[in-house]
Write a protein that binds this ligand. Sequence first.
Ligand code: WQD
Length: 335
Amino acid sequence: MRILVTGGAGFIGALAVWRLLDLGYDVCVVDNLSSGHRSALDRASRLAGRPVEFHLCDVRQTSQLISIMQSFRPEAVMHFAGLKSVAESVACPELYYENNVQGSLSLVQAMLQCQIDRLIFSSSATVYGANGVPPFGEDAELGPVNPYGRSKWMVELLMRDICSAHPEFSGIILRYFNPVGAHPSGLLGEWVQGSPNNLVPYVMGVLQGRFDRVRVFGSDYPTSDGSGVRDYIHVLDLVEGHVAALNLPKGLSVFNLGTGRGYSVHEVIQAMQSVSGRIIPFDVVDRRPGDVAVSIADPCRAHQAMAWKAERGLIEMCQDVWNFAQCSPKGYELE
Ligand code: WQD
């Protein structure tokens, strides 16, 4: 089976590429390298011992996508390409609607033109917003509270309408909770140039000496220790969810990819301290605007429909992050 992967040079994309190659799929990657790393793809290919086709291509270039699809003839597309910073989306919403919404529309148009009828889309738990009481089931009321979440929500609506108009089309929406971790080899992981927005890559940077202290955003949330609680899922469990989605029946389906278990900021810092054997200095500061107190998945539907369940716990996630931090101290830079 041939799979086209957009954003395959990114954190989750490169691990998906490795796993697909490892399972014997043929993979073609399109990526504009705006945040991804070509060397991550080379490492994924070396780890799997199999070649990967790469095209420097922005998903908004519909005609370039069509020619790549006509030559590679994929049976399915995994769509990881997109912008993902909540803070940046508030400052520059036009970037998020152009990249995430227009980019996804361009991809779907190219797929329809080339009769490719299976799309697996990287959505996000941010579509749930601050509504409702976690754990969130897929039928919970949606209410994204920032342009990033709204851009994901719009693509979900686009996929819903495409599946209604084209019964042969399979649209699989995977709502990620908080992906963290790395490949156990230490060769593939989350490498952010500059200062990461997200907690775990920032903590990794403190352990690498790139940053001095972690800022803990908030101490007055209604949680066990006052800090925010999230459903952290190992990136390899997340990738297995995408592999399982390749075999789903036609039509539209929506799944949460989370563990169903939440951890606070302090619990994550503690876990990173215990796997690294190092003290991680932190300061408790004000809440970060736009954050919700608790975000936890109800993952039952994915378990029932795809026989998929996250297997790895927080300690394993942190062990793999720490291993990546040591094996790749400069991430993908200088390659
Ligand atoms: C986790 C917790 C923060 C940084 C976002 C997107 C989501 C996904 C992951 C793309 C929260 C706290 C964080 C720090 C902290 N992105 N925190 N100090 O905001 O849950 O999710 O990123 O797929 O769609 O919404 O992730 O890692 O930023 O925050 O205290 O320096 O850590 O308040 O409670 P978030 P995060």
